[in-house]
Every structure is written in structure tokens, then in C-alpha cells.
Design a binder for this molecule. Structure first.
Ligand code: ADP
Ligand code: ASP
Ligand code: MG
Length: 454
């Protein structure tokens, strides 16, 4: 492909686990990919359920349960073989698929429980995307659609903080693409990458969205399309709330808040690269390709509430100190503890005698608490959820904040964060109250038409 990077020509098309999760769906994806005339880079997830299975295999090996791990491997092998049998019409493609599947399965069978490392876990987890992309490449080849499979491990790079190295990725990807001047369809793996030690690593669960956004940003794509199993970003979490609806357009900032605070349709960091380089992101439904979906772009502004999301597994830490809180430098000292233990803070509220913070990564909780004990008395609360309301909150038109809290009736609220940004109001509740809160807010903010059009 001869790509002029100043002109936005390229499409990045990402298909998630369900979209590539069966023979029927893989064929749908092939049709969608072939329907675009533009040059394109297709990013695929593992088939649905496969990364979970690989994680299970890895956990079993880690705990010396080799027989059980091999039973899981056998099941995965059979699943892949069945897919190959049904996916291909020609013996050649079927044969090539089996060679590829056997090769990747044999790699798994060779891992031993002894000296099992994190690096081996990452290698095991990478197999799902490697197999799905190879199957898809063979499928397009059989359909006589020209395409080239490129390995994400040859260009996706993260740094020591696990952040993508956009410049490095850009340089490598442009070089790879320029080797195939006549090709206009590339296929690559989502999720997987190399780390600073050049080992196989990944962008965390759900990371294929992030891969697509990074690639779209570095190639200055015309658009990044995330194809999934729902018709775009909904106004509330469809897993817990009935009567949700798809949002036609949304700003980068709002989408980023919702993704970070639990809207599973997007990986938490995935909007950032697209936003930074102003590449529109279109969320589409593989099973309803004609549905509009959701366009995430800069121009999308609202004067209403857009959507609600919830993030689970939140822990709150309260530090009470009568002596020190009002002293300057006190908050700084507290933040240093979190920095030292590389733990991000999601929410923070202060009073004259206490400061409350929330975290979602509790791997260093004990050390954090013990370091904080020098500052005052510490209380830790777990099993909490952050509820995030995104939209034009700051304007507070028609008393939006009053509507929010009056919708919640008797639900106890542990913390509130308002004013940190113009498009987010978030608060902390017990996870056991989450489903009620999402439903009450849906009723109060969206099904009540006077508020929805606020
Ligand atoms: P993929 O495998 O394609 O990456 P995901 O399962 O990661 O798909 O994301 C799609 C799912 O996200 C939907 O099926 C839906 O249940 C869930 N979801 C949660 N919140 C939202 C929301 N606000 N809008 C749309 N989908 C959501
Ligand atoms: N396959 C990976 C996962 O299941 C990445 C992704 O699907 O986005 O988390
Ligand atoms: Mg996903």
C-alpha cells in the first residue's frame, strides 16, 4: 500500500471476540472487511472465550495441575480443529489451518510447570490472537481477497511503565507496510505487544481496542472502527439495565470517562491515542452492520447527560488526622505513598479532618496502609463501585445534580466527586447497591423525558 500519511485514507477495523467467535461470524467479518474499498488494517481479538481458557491453562500450570491444564489444552485443540473443518471449503486451506493450529497447540503442550514465569503466562495468553488472525488470513486467501498478515509482535512496543511507545510503533509499522506496496488489506493481532525486555507482553484484558486506537493514531487513519456485538455505546450498562439505547455521537472526553469508569465496550485507555491525534472512532455492530452505531469525535458536544457507567472492585482508604490535615504538604506526602507503590488513585475527597481516596489495584494495599499509618488513623472499605455520569454536568442545566441525587432515594453514598472535569460526576456506593443505582438513574435521568432533553 502506498500510504501518504498526510492524507487520511486508511481505515482501522477492529473485531472483538464475539465477532470472530464462530465460523458463521468469521464469515460475516470477512464480508464486512471486503465491503470497504479503502486501504485498511484489520485488528482481531482471540475467538470469544479463548483468552479466558488460556488464562485458566496458565493458572493450572502455575499451580502444578498439569493434567488439568492438558485437559483444557485438549478441549481448545478440538475447538480449533472443528472451526477449521467447518470454515474452509478447500483441502489446501484446511490443511494449512491444521498445520498452523497444531504448531501453536504444540507450543502450549511444551510449557512445563517447573520454573513457570510471568513471561510464559504472557506467551500462553498471546496464542488466542495469533490463531484467530492466522485463521482469518487463510479465510480471506480462500475467498481470493488479497491480504497480508503482519505480526503485532514486530511493531507493538510498550515502555517500562507499560505505556505504548507511539513513535517506535509508528516507525516500525510504516516500514513494514511500505514493504507491500500493492497490498491494501493488512491483518494483525490486537492485545499483544513486546515489552522493554523484548518479551511478549500484552495491553491488559480487552486490550485489542487499545491496539486499534494506537494503530489508528500512528497511521493517521481516516477512522478507527470498533466492531463488536452491540450497536455502539449505550446510555447505561445493558448487562444490568433494560431499556438502554445507543448514543449516536459522543465526545472523546465523555467516551474516555465512560471507558475508564467501566463501560466494557471500550478498554479503559483505548480512547486516548485516538483523541490525541484526533482520529474519529466509530463503534459498530458486526451483527447489525446497517445500524448507525456511535461516532466518537471532537465536535460532539452535548448539553445533556450522555451516559452512566460503573466500575467495580473499588477500595476506599480514609486517613483521619486532626493534627496534620490542614498543614501544607500533607496531601503531597500522602500522594507520595501511592506513587511509591505505583498505585493510581481514582477519586479523592477531603474534609478538615480526613481525606478519602479510592484505588482499584489492591496488590500493594498492605504496604500502602502501613506507610499511611504514620499520618493518622486509617480505615479501609472494600467491595465498592464508582458510578460515573458523563455529559455536560458542569452547566447543571435544569438542576441535573438535583435530579441525580433525588433519583437515588435511600441509597447510601460514600463519596462524591464533582467539578474535577466538566463532563463527569462520579460517586461511590456499595457494589451490592450498584444494579439498583444504575436502574434508578436510568429511570430518573433518561426515561423521564424532561430530564433526558435537559
Ligand atoms: P468485544 O469482545 O467485541 O471487545 P466486549 O464484550 O469487550 O466486546 O464489549 C461489548 C459489551 O460491552 C457489550 O456486549 C455490553 O454488554 C458491554 N457494555 C457495557 N457497558 C456498555 C455500554 N455503555 N454500551 C454498550 N455496551 C456496553
Ligand atoms: N483477547 C483479549 C481478551 O479477551 C483481548 C481482547 O479481546 O480485546 O481480553
Ligand atoms: Mg472488548
Amino acid at each position: 500500500m502506498q500510504q501518504n500519511y498526510n492524507v487520511k485514507t486508511m481505515l482501522v477495523l477492529k473485531f472483538g471476540g464475539t465477532s470472530v467467535g464462530s465460523v458463521e461470524n468469521l464469515k460475516k467479518v470477512a464480508q464486512i472487511v471486503e465491503s470497504f474499498d479503502e486501504p485498511k488494517l484489520v485488528v482481531l481479538s482471540a475467538m470469544s472465550g479463548v483468552t479466558n481458557t488460556l488464562q485458566k491453562i496458565s493458572n493450572l500450570l502455575k499451580s502444578n495441575q498439569v493434567l488439568e491444564a492438558h485437559e483444557e489444552m485438549d478441549l481448545l485443540h478440538q475447538k480449533y480443529k472443528k472451526v477449521a473443518q467447518e470454515l474452509f471449503d478447500t483441502n489446501n486451506s484446511f490443511y494449512d489451518a491444521n498445520v498452523m493450529i497444531n504448531y501453536n497447540m504444540n507450543l502450549l503442550y511444551e510449557y512445563k510447570e517447573t520454573d513457570f514465569t510471568d513471561g510464559i503466562e504472557k506467551l500462553i495468553l498471546a496464542q488466542g490472537e495469533i490463531v484467530s488472525t492466522n485463521l482469518f488470513q487463510l479465510l480471506l486467501q480462500e475467498r481470493e481477497s488479497s491480504s497480508t498478515l503482519i505480526s503485532a509482535l514486530d511493531f507493538m512496543q510498550i515502555d517500562k511503565n507499560k505505556e505504548p511507545q507511539l513513535d517506535v510503533i509508528q516507525g516500525r509499522l510504516e516500514k513494514i507496510i511500505s514493504n507491500y506496496k500493492k497490498e491494501s488489506t493488512f491483518i494483525t493481532q490486537g492485545f499483544i505487544c513486546r515489552n522493554i525486555a523484548n518479551q511478549v507482553d500484552n495491553l491488559q484484558r480487552g486490550g485489542s481496542d487499545y491496539t486499534a486506537s494506537i494503530i489508528g493514531a500512528v497511521l493517521n487513519a481516516k477512522e478507527i472502527q470498533i466492531w463488536t456485538d452491540i450497536d455502539g455505546m449505550h446510555n447505561n450498562d445493558p448487562r444490568y439495565v433494560d431499556n438502554t439505547f445507543s448514543i449516536e455521537e459522543i465526545s472523546f472526553d465523555e467516551a474516555a470517562e465512560l471507558a475508564y469508569f467501566g463501560a466494557k465496550i471500550l478498554h479503559p485507555q483505548s480512547i486516548i491515542p485516538a483523541k490525541e491525534r484526533n482520529i474519529p472512532v466509530l463503534l459498530k455492530n458486526t451483527f447489525k452492520p446497517d445500524a448507525k452505531g456511535t461516532l466518537i469525535h471532537n465536535a460532539a458536544k452535548t448539553n445533556a447527560i450522555r451516559a452512566i457507567a460503573a466500575k467495580d472492585n473499588i477500595t476506599a482508604i480514609k486517613i483521619k488526622s486532626y493534627r496534620m490535615l490542614m498543614a501544607y504538604g500533607f496531601l503531597n506526602k500522602i500522594f507520595e505513598v501511592f506513587e511509591q507503590h505505583q498505585t493510581a488513585i481514582d477519586m479523592i475527597t477531603t474534609s478538615e479532618v480526613a481525606v478519602s481516596l479510592t484505588i482499584d489495584n489492591t496488590t500493594k494495599l498492605n504496604q500502602i496502609v502501613s506507610d499511611l499509618e504514620g499520618f493518622g488513623s486509617i480505615e479501609v472499605d472494600s467491595d465498592l463501585s464508582i458510578i460515573c455520569i458523563a455529559g455536560d454536568i458542569a452547566q447543571n442545566k435544569k438542576g441535573i445534580t438535583a435530579k441525580i441525587f433525588s433519583s437515588l432515594q435511600d441509597i447510601p453514598i460514600r463519596m462524591i466527586s464533582y467539578g474535577g472535569s466538566n463532563y463527569n460526576l462520579s460517586f461511590l456506593v456499595k457494589t451490592s447497591d450498584k444494579v439498583s443505582v444504575l436502574n434508578l438513574l436510568n429511570q430518573g435521568l433518561f426515561l423521564n423525558t424532561t430530564v433526558a432533553s435537559a
